[in-house]
Design a protein around this ligand. Sequence first.
Ligand code: GTP
Length: 186
Amino acid sequence: MGSLNLIYACLITSGVAMTKRKFIRKICLLGDGGVGKTSLVRRCVLDMFSDEYIKTFGTKVSKKVIDLGEVELTLMIWDVLGQKASTLHEAYYKGAYGALLVCDLTREETVRSLERWRDDLFQVIGEKPLVLVANKSDLERVVKEDVLAEVAGSFGVDFTITSAKSGDGVDEAFLELGRKIMEESD
Ligand code: GTP
């Protein structure tokens, strides 16, 4: 046997597989209208941003593959128009493994309403991993960091500060949620 073949055979038999374990997981984006949910998805999936207000009618599903070392995770990202949580259809939440709870750093009321979004989600799918995302960091901030810390702390989750406009923090937010989802699966 040639030496390359021998190395290859050793790798296989020693269990050093070259392929990653692959998973597909649905996630949702939740939060009041205009906080930047659709913009975050566009930034994360297409790496682009539009200043135009996109009123999302209906639900849009986008796909993002993230690399978690031994695991390749495909996130199926569900994004829906800014409706009151109570008017969202259950099907939107069903089958989700986690969610990004998105608020707008320029509007404090969007932080306060996250509790309602979380409760609505958990009513349908039970407790699941969440990441609180405070978006629009490129604008003048109204929401103080201690308010975010307080709300995130009361949910027992981490928060990430993002700008869908500059891209800051966006990949990290999706990555963090992906990591948490895979931790739950172990
Ligand atoms: P709904 O579809 O109504 O639920 O809104 P949404 O949460 O999906 O918000 P969307 O992504 O449509 O963004 C609303 C507005 O905020 C748009 O004008 C965006 O261009 C703007 N926007 C979103 N993210 C950012 C950001 O990080 N910085 C700035 N400056 N503007 C943002």
